[in-house]
Write a protein that binds this ligand. Structure first.
Ligand code: URA
Length: 424
């Protein structure tokens, strides 16, 4: 009998007696789940056999009780098996990806994918949409007119072969369970759970047939992980599980108290990323890109390091790769421009900017339309915030400090942005 038919028959038998309420109860009480219970959960969820309200309760139970390492491994394995995986064995180049645990203004992936491709490293990047108050690379790329983030596995591979990098998102074919859980966690307050983040990231990244991964672990006000010990736990688990599955995992811990760069939103961040590839980059963003890129080169076995990355930006090769990728995925590079009239935010005081609260800015960008407050909501590609002044710079009372691009202006939104600036 065909192996798939046999497997489906066995699953039918297992799923027939599966009691999901009992699984929720077990996790709520902190009991450990068995591999076959996790398998049954994934199978049924994918077949729409469990409603979102029960899965939400299950996610909340995990949020409070956590998952042990064997449970996380079982979850990752089932999430990977639920979709199709890439086979890049016929591309004779190192394959390395980068992922961020989520930040505000974090557009490093948009720069790194083409930058690494210009260095001869293949980057098959499966990314997520906006999550909570943080932005999502998939939404940012999708804001480019015509750019498709949902590719078939076949087309994903075609772009990788032709260009050397491709930025896509989870689909019903690639990482389908993460696609569903990610969207549900976003609207049920269950994002900032270390085991859920580890399984979400590794299930996507281990579907990519990469040699290794660099994880940018963001810590601070504008990150899901507010404390260093949570970030360390995430690093420990990701490395142990990832390496156990044969991947080289490197990290960078980076501060996310202040948004990175000057732009927060979707298209506005793509524009800033393009500026960076043209050599005009805020220092904090360039430092982040170079630190991550250096680690990616190290995994790829390329010794040239930061000077090579700088040369690829200076020569325009990184930007050329970006344009190639955009074209290969249907995007129109020439149509990338911020269209709407911004609202100016002025300072109430004179002084020096001591900080910009990344959480408040992330929330403000979401309210402005750059993120989602409901699962089905569409993001506004043009919504966002641009800092005319940033940390360390002097301002005068009445001077403009930020621009807001939004179709949903309100006094609360303007106040939130204004109050995010700490001026003394
Ligand atoms: N990035 C992911 O891919 N998943 C998470 O849960 C958080 C950040």
């Amino acid at each position: 009998m065909d192996v798939i038919i046999y497997y489906n028959l066995i699953m039918e038998v297992i799923l027939k007696d599966f009691n999901f309420v009992e699984i929720i109860r077990k996790k709520r009480e902190g009991e450990m789940l068995q591999e076959d219970e996790i398998r049954a959960f994934i199978q049924l969820y994918l077949k729409k056999g469990i409603p979102d309200y029960q899965v939400s309760a299950f996610l909340m139970a995990i949020y409070f009780q956590g998952l042990d390492e064997p449970e996380i491994i079982a979850l990752i394995n089932e999430m990977i098996k639920s979709g199709r995986t890439l086979d890049l064995s016929d591309i004779d180049k190192p394959k390395v990806d980068k992922h961020s645990t989520g930040g505000v203004g974090d557009k490093a992936s948009i720069i790194l994918a083409p930058l690494m491709a210009s260095c001869g490293v293949v980057v098959p990047m499966i990314t997520g949409r906006a999550l909570g108050f943080t932005g999502g690379t998939a939404d940012k790329m999708e804001s480019i007119p015509g750019y498709k983030v949902e590719l078939s596995l076949r087309d994903f591979k075609k772009v990788l072969k032709k260009v050397g990098c491709s930025i896509i998102t989870q689909t019903d074919e690639i990482a389908p369970v993460d696609k569903k859980l990610y969207a549900l966690r976003d609207v049920t307050g269950t994002v900032s759970s270390v085991p859920l983040i580890v399984s979400s990231i590794l299930s996507k990244k281990l579907s990519e047939d990469i040699d290794g991964l660099v994880l940018d672990i963001k810590v601070g006000r504008g990150a899901f992980l507010k404390r260093r010990n949570e970030a360390k736990m995430l690093a420990f688990l990701t490395r142990r599980i990832g390496q156990g599955m044969g991947k080289h995992i490197e990290f960078l811990f980076s501060n996310m108290d202040v948004p990175i760069g000057r732009a927060v939103g979707n298209l506005i961040e793509v524009v800033e990323a393009i500026d960076c590839m043209q050599g005009n980059c805020p220092n904090d963003l360039m430092d982040n890109v170079l630190s991550l890129g250096e680690r990616m080169l190290y995994i790829a076995g390329i010794k040239a390091g930061v000077p090579l990355l700088e040369e690829k930006i200076k020569s325009g090769e990184a930007l050329d790769k970006f344009k190639e990728m955009v074209k290969a995925q249907g995007g129109k590079f020439g149509k990338i421009k911020m269209a709407k009239e911004p609202i100016l935010i002025t300072s109430l005081y004179s002084g020096t900017i001591q900080g910009i609260n990344a959480y408040d800015i992330g929330l403000a960008a979401t309210i402005a339309g750059a993120g989602r407050l409901k699962k089905e909501a569409k993001v506004d590609p043009y919504a966002g915030i641009y800092f005319l002044k940033t940390v360390g710079e002097a301002v005068q009372e009445g001077e403009s400090i930020a621009r807001i691009y939004t179709g949903k202006a309100s006094d609360e939104l303007l106040d939130l942005v204004r109050k995010a600036f700490v001026i003394k």
